[in-house]
Design a protein around this ligand. Structure first.
Ligand code: GLA
Ligand code: ZN
Length: 684
């Protein structure tokens, strides 16, 4: 449980009374109670208010608000306010200001605007965290710490302090210049470094430039990769300073910071090790596939071994920062809230509780809209959900999601794949992972999304899409997993480099070659308009005779693997496109190209069936999502209907009672209304 002081699914969100005049506060509280809101996230952007100058701290408003919330049964997720530095600090100590990619020193403005290696920022941010902890350590409303906000949310810093820190970081990683020169392959283009001071940050002034497709291109992948690692670590160090500052005074209060799903710049697997609870902000676009949101929840859950996470932010209705900010249709906010719960969330929190009247978020949805009263559609929907969550009590808290399949996801691999300078700019790591996830989702098969460090022994199927970078120990680990009976899938453009993006010579897929029983000789990149074909021999159950494929085609030779399908066109027609290698008690599959989606569905459906991995329910039409959470031997089956209209669902050999309505649901056909949800407490 996140904090046993509040043993239910927390309900509420970001609340900024510091941006309002006091007379409105009591009205807010009245409406929170009407909506069943019992947690407020305070103090996210109040640094300038709390510390009007270098020596003055004034927490009057916060004292009053903490007391008021507590008196009304509302707990506090207390932020440390360090995600936007005060203007006086920027004026007095310019080292807090960032230098951008093009070498321009920024002025005061925006948020997430501090240089992570600024001594001033680090000193005052951790001092603020400590002052808050000292002040509120015994406050009964305090439930959890919310450090900073969405770390990495704005640009990176390229200032002199960061450059000096990067040299130190590189020295700690490589020890000697010889080792660094080897790792960065600096013999190329005459880059050999003879002095640590020779090293500069890779930016628009040195090695990098903005490329097509949102990519940052670089002359030196080794250097650029290390800069991203360094930048992620620099922000993590800032987080850790605040973490330690609050823990000094409140060792038992859990600590989190709000993450952002597949956010590229920060290696969340590394971050999560320093968080007590993972929390994240879920803002799907109007056209985001439900399976993508599902994958993000699963990725966040996977950061801490499946431990329940917090949904820290979502909008009750619309956003303001997308090109087209559609309203969530009636029922959608509730449905997506339960999607989070279905995938392991133990809180439902919004951004924000009251809609602001000025600056860029005034058209962002809130529980209390500009109308200012409770007679709105959005408020009614929020209040209905609040009531339901109240009734659910602690039933689902700490329940674990169960999956037999896993998708490996790795940030460093992601960075490396997308700065690779060839063979194609079309390759998007997250999209490739999502293709697999989506195929399983449509089949009704749950997948965890986990790091390469995760324990794989409980999975019957492990998918490692585009495992371009094979980190130390990973090949060995995968061999052991398959040896012991597991099934592994990996794809084109795998086994190419190690952690410094240096190619492993002797033939792709390098260290994975033995396990996969294949050798990849060349890699063809197809134009966006070009396709090849995957041709399946007669008699392969459940598969069509051919499918389209494209983007990349590895030209592979079998070295013992069984060829399951071949290319249909071009000079490599007849060469293997899909292979499987028996290895120990298990099997290792290689898919040499990027297929059309129906191929993945047909193939994975067969493969899962052969591994005994079954869908959670017998029949669920398109747009129906299913998950299972279990606790103390009791299973809860979530069935979510993303369609506007009612559908008929058949649980099959399962039955139980819907927690939300008390309605019994048996194995036969039952109707689930449009955008409605069942949480079926299953009979054992
Ligand atoms: C982010 C931030 C919030 C707010 C919302 C708006 O998630 O953390 O402060 O800006 O976006 O969608
Ligand atoms: Zn800097």
């Amino acid at each position: 449980m996140i904090n046993p002081k509040k043993p239910k699914i927390w309900y509420g969100g970001d609340y900024n009374p510091d941006q309002w005049e006091k007379p409105i506060w009591d009205e807010d509280i009245r409406m929170f109670k009407l909506a069943g809101i019992d947690v407020a996230t305070l103090n996210v952007f109040a640094w300038a208010k709390n510390q009007p100058d270098e020596d003055t701290y004034d927490f009057g408003w916060l004292d009053e608000m903490m007391d008021k919330l507590h008196a009304n049964g509302i707990g506090v997720c207390l932020a440390t306010s360090t995600a936007a530095h005060p203007a006086w600090m920027a004026r007095k100590y310019p080292d807090v200001l960032q230098v951008d990619f093009h070498g321009r020193k920024r002025k005061f403005g925006g948020r997430h605007n501090s240089c992570p290696n600024s001594p001033t920022y680090r000193k005052y941010a951790s001092r603020m965290a400590e002052k808050l902890a000292e002040r509120y350590k015994d406050h009964p409303a305090l439930l959890i710490w919310h450090i900073n906000n969405e770390y990495g949310g704005a640009g990176n810093c390229y200032c002199d302090n960061c450059e000096a820190a990067f040299r130190e970081w590189a020295r700690a990683r490589y020890g000697t210049l010889d080792e660094l020169n080897r790792a960065w392959n600096t013999g190329f283009w005459g880059h050999t470094f003879h002095d640590w001071e020779d090293i500069v940050l890779p930016s628009g002034l040195s090695e990098e430039w903005a490329g097509a497709n949102g990519r940052t291109e670089t002359n030196f992948q080794g250097i650029s990769l290390d800069y991203i690692r360094f930048h992620s670590d620099s922000l993590l160090d800032c987080y850790k300073l605040e973490y330690e500052a609050v823990k000094k005074h409140t060792p038992d209060i859990p600590v989190t910071t709000n993450l952002m799903g597949a956010f590229k710049k920060l290696d969340y697997h590394k971050w999560a090790k320093h968080m007590d609870v993972v929390s994240w902000d879920n803002y799907p676009r109007f056209d985001t596939p439900h399976s993508y949101t599902g994958m993000m929840h699963d990725l966040m859950r996977g950061l801490k071994d499946g431990q329940p996470f917090m949904l820290m932010e979502q909008t009750p209705s619309q956003q303001n920062w997308q090109p087209y900010n559609s309203l969530k249709r009636p029922g959608v906010m509730r449905l997506w809230s339960y999607q989070a719960v279905a995938r392991g969330a133990d809180t439902i929190l919004f951004f924000q509780l009251r809609r602001s009247i000025g600056a860029c978020e005034k058209y962002h949805g809130a529980v209390i809209e500009h109308a200012g009263h409770e007679h709105t559609r959005v408020f009614r929907e929020c209040a209905r959900l609040g009531e339901e969550l109240g009734k659910l009590g602690d039933t689902l808290l700490d329940a674990r999601v169960r999956a037999k399949a896993a998708i490996l996801f790795d940030w460093e691999n992601w960075w490396a794949v997308e700065m690779s300078s060839g063979p194609t700019i079309a390759l998007r790591y997250v999209d490739e992972a999502h293709k697999f996830y989506d195929a399983l989702y449509r089949l009704g098969i749950a997948a965890d999304v986990v790091s390469v460090e995760a324990d794989l022994s409980g999975y019957d199927l492990v998918i490692a899409p585009v495992m371009y970078m094979v980190k130390q120990g990973v090949a060995d680990k995968l061999e052991k997993y398959v040896q012991a009976g597991g099934a592994l899938i990996t794809t084109f453009f795998s086994g190419i480099v190690g952690e410094s993006d240096l190619v492993q010579t002797g033939g792709y897929p390098g260290e994975l070659r033995k396990l996969l029983g294949i050798w990849a000789e060349e890699i063809d990149a197809l134009l966006p308009s070009q396709r090849n074909r995957i041709v399946v021999p007669d008699g392969a159950p459940g598969l069509r005779a051919e499918y389209e494929c494209g983007m990349l085609c590895d030209l592979i030779h079998s070295e013992g693997a069984e060829v399951k399908a071949v290319y249909g066109d071009d000079f490599y027609r007849g060469m293997p496109a899909l292979t499987v290698n028996k290895f120990g008690a298990g099997e290792a599959w290689y898919l040499a190209t990027s297929p059309e989606t129906s191929f993945l569905q047909d193939w994975l459906s067969q493969l899962c069936a052969s591994r005994g991995i079954r869908p959670l329910v017998r029949t669920a039409p398109e747009g129906v999502e299913t998950t299972l959470r279990s606790k103390d031997g009791q299973d809860y089956l979530f069935v979510l209907n993303h369609n506007e209209d009612a559908v008929s669902v058949e649980l099959g050999d399962r039955s139980g009672v819907d927690l939300l309505t008390g309605r019994p649901i048996d194995g036969g056909k039952a109707e689930l209304a449009g955008r409605d949800v069942w949480i079926v407490k299953l009979h054992s």
